[in-house]
Design a protein around this ligand. Structure first.
Ligand code: S3P
Length: 431
């Protein structure tokens, strides 16, 4: 396992301009939706990371003509009907988004396909997509308990009324993709709103989607035409540097071109709640997605905060770095209703608390959340990424706050979503 050593230099501050990498969720969806659409489309600023490359690889094996050149993805397709039976297993690697969304697409096709992934993905729950897609008429076999590999034989789907048990954008998107080729109308209701990139992108491409609060209706069978999509920066990647800037006294970070979709901006609300100085500028819409710049300054005293269950989907991937923030905030922070974090690339509640406790953090982990007492002077030590990119990056931010040297075992996992993460840390700490 590759080890990465993060050296701490004093004074700690984050200064400069920063352009975050392209959004991972939107990149996956752009590749998939332009593949099921008819015509030629270009995705500008496509994220080149292990997860998104896994999606491209699977789509190529299904017969789609896709080329990635300098962050631009050119997709030529005759539409979803032209997908052909893959002659081998499709490997989603570490990417649940690839596996779950592609299952939705494959559920519409009357051919045999098998989706697998790495040892982490094969441990993650797939019943959540197997159940609704089977109710629509697809045949899906899995390992005992609903784990990948998944063997899918689809086609002949019928629209249905689905009350989702959990707020999950991956489940919602899998059902929406299947609904595109189901007979009649599919109506989906989420308990709370999760990220809505699929709905926005379908609308942007001209496919009718009706949204009423947490209820989405979509009729199958209509033509989807290709288009050109511009991907904004990823707020989940920028979140690490937002927390760093809020934590170091003399910091000033200007973050350009970041996605500011309200279903993703929970991190900004939390930073404001903690008392950080944060400002939004140049708000515009790009390919149906709100985008803008974020300016964040350090030096304000950070105070503890509370996060409730209904807010979790709006910051689902930011909770580990929010836990780091909480170690630097005065008082008792409580994060509730976050059980879903136990089913991510790692058990994120355990992974972040075990590691931060090793660094001197005062954290109590409970079944559905975390309680964190701050502020704490973290100390560098040997920590472990648990095979999870967001844990590795959160620990890197903790390492910058900590005294001494921290060794992050398995830090190379950052390439799942943010291959240039450590280069960006170097750039922003040197400026
Ligand atoms: C994602 C949705 C979230 C998130 C994941 C990406 C997506 O997962 O944690 O990193 O692109 O739809 P869930 O839908 O399982 O909450």
């Amino acid at each position: 396992m590759k080890e990465l050593k993060v050296e701490i230099s004093q004074p700690k501050r984050f200064v400069g301009e920063y352009v975050p990498p392209p959004d991972k969720s939107i990149s996956h969806r752009a590749a998939i939706l332009l593949s099921v659409a008819k015509g030629t489309g270009v995705v500008t600023n496509f994220l080149e990371s292990e997860d998104t490359l896994a999606t491209i690889d699977c789509l190529k094996k299904l017969g789609v003509n896709i080329e990635l050149e300098n962050n631009n993805l050119v997709v030529k397709s005759e539409g979803i009907e032209s997908f052909r039976e893959p002659d081998d297993v499709l490997d989603a690697k570490n990417s649940a988004t690839s596996m779950r969304l592609l299952s939705g697409v494959l559920a519409t096709r009357s051919f045999f396909s098998v989706l697998t992934g790495d040892k982490y993905l094969r441990r993650r729950p797939m019943k959540r997509i197997i159940e609704p897609l089977s109710s629509m008429g697809a045949t899906i076999y899995s390992r005992q308990g609903g784990f990948a590999p998944l063997a899918i034989y689809g086609g002949g789907l019928t629209g249905f009324n689905y009350w989702m048990k959990i707020a999950s954008a991956q489940v919602k998107s899998a059902v929406l993709l299947a609904a595109l080729r189901a007979r009649g109308v599919t109506v989906l209701t989420e308990p709370w709103k999760s990220r809505d990139h699929t709905e926005r992108m379908l609308k942007f491409l001209g496919y009718p989607v009706e949204i009423n609060g947490n209820r989405i209706s979509i009729e199958g069978g209509m033509q989807i035409n290709s288009g050109n999509i511009v991907v904004p920066g990823d707020i989940s990647s920028a979140a690490f540097f937002m927390v760093a800037a809020a934590t170091f006294p003399d910091s000033k970070l200007y973050i350009r071109n970041v996605g500011l979709n309200p279903t993703r901006t929970g991190i900004i609300k939390v930073l404001k709640r903690a008392g950080a100085e944060i400002q939004l500028k140049n708000l515009i819409e790009k390919s149906g997605e709100p985008t803008g710049d974020v300016i964040i300054k350090g030096g304000k005293e950070l105070l503890s905060f509370e996060i409730e269950a209904h807010e979790i989907p709006l910051m689902i991937d930011e909770i580990p770095v929010i836990a780091v923030l909480a170690t630097q905030a005065k008082g008792k922070t409580v994060i509730r209703g976050a059980k879903e974090l136990r089913f991510k690339e790692s058990d994120r509640l355990k992974a972040i608390s075990d590691n931060l406790i090793k660094m001197g953090g005062k954290i109590r982990e409970f079944s559905e959340g975390l309680e964190i007492l701050g502020p704490t002077k973290l100390q560098g030590t040997v920590v472990n990424a648990f095979g999870d990119h967001r844990i590795a990056m959160s620990l890197a931010i903790a390492a910058l706050v900590a005294t001494g040297t921290t060794i992050i075992e398995g830090a190379d996992t950052v390439s799942i979503s943010y291959p240039s993460f450590f280069d960006d840390i170097n750039l922003l700490t040197q400026s």
